[in-house]
Write a protein that binds this ligand. Structure first.
Ligand code: AMP
Length: 263
């Protein structure tokens, strides 16, 4: 049975494999429902940047305790890094996982997400890239109940693996404003961002090996997370990540059509 098209929404989740083309669909939702974008990937990249600026060049695996499946205590990390700055320490932890194409552990991700979501009053957000595991889905559902808020629907941007690998290897982003480019389909202007003229960069996790690792993480961890949300009663609208003719109008149409037909 098709769900009623919402006029006003509280929060929306956008999910899909990393590199499926979520951003243009998020732009549609942000405009249509007057929402803001809350991206755990962006949050982790910001912390990662704090760590990179700190200029530590030791091997990060020394901070990971394989046996305990956890980082060594923060006090010991601080001693080795020579700083107690919690954003640098968190940046190191994010980098350790992001750069291997692995998900950041749930306890770190959930706590960070809750703090940023809370700053927004738990509403008016497009949740981009969260939740991505079963544990995160459960955490979010508890949180929205506790804070008396809601998630109206999930937009799932779906794309086959081979197309994602092709697209992502040629992806470039602006480190200043976050605008996303593609070397063939949406090239930057002589290597510079068309919005703010900053030199665009390749994300450190956009290599084929790391992309394959992220695709595997999606299959193993995120599919069950989406199923859980759907079974909990949140409707899912699926849109193709690849369009024959990729125009703003076609993207908008396909998103709005999918919302109309969602189940
Ligand atoms: P994204 O920009 O959404 O592709 O995220 C980049 C990277 O950040 C991912 O490959 C993960 O390493 C990490 N990340 C982002 N969101 C999450 C999440 N919800 N759970 C775990 N790791 C995440």
């Amino acid at each position: 049975m098709a769900h009623e098209i919402p006029e006003k929404v509280t929060n929306v989740i956008v999910t899909g494999k990393s590199g499926a083309g979520k951003q243009p669909r998020i732009d549609v939702l942000v405009e249509k429902y007057e929402l803001e974008q809350l991206s755990t990937g962006d949050i982790f990249r910001t912390y990662l940047g704090n760590f990179d600026n700190y200029d530590y060049d030791g091997d990060l695996s020394r901070f990971w305790n394989e046996k305990e499946d956890d980082f060594i205590p923060d006090k010991e990390i601080a001693k080795e890094l020579g700083t107690e700055d919690s954003s640098v320490i968190l940046g190191m932890k994010a980098k350790f996982f992001v750069e291997q194409g692995l998900f950041v552990p749930d306890r770190i991700t959930n706590a960070l997400f809750e703090s940023f979501f809370g700053k927004k009053g738990y509403k008016g957000q497009v949740l981009d890239g969260y939740p991505r595991t079963l544990d995160q889905s459960k955490y979010l559902l508890n949180l929205i109940e506790e804070k008396n808020t809601d998630v109206d629907f999930i937009l799932w941007v779906d794309s086959p693996d081979d197309l994602i690998i092709q697209r992502t290897i040629k992806r470039r982003i602006c480190p200043e404003c976050g605008k996303v480019f593609h070397l063939e389909y949406k090239p930057p202007d002589e290597g510079k961002c068309t919005e703010c003229s900053t030199e665009v960069i390749q994300r450190s996790d956009d290599t084929e090996e790391k992309i394959r690792s992220r695709l595997n993480e999606f299959k193993v961890k995120t599919l069950p997370a989406i199923d859980y949300l759907r079974e909990s009663g949140i409707p899912v609208a699926k849109v193709p990540g690849h369009l024959e003719e990729f125009t703003e109008e076609n993207v908008r149409r396909s998103v709005l059509d999918a919302i109309e037909k969602m189940e």
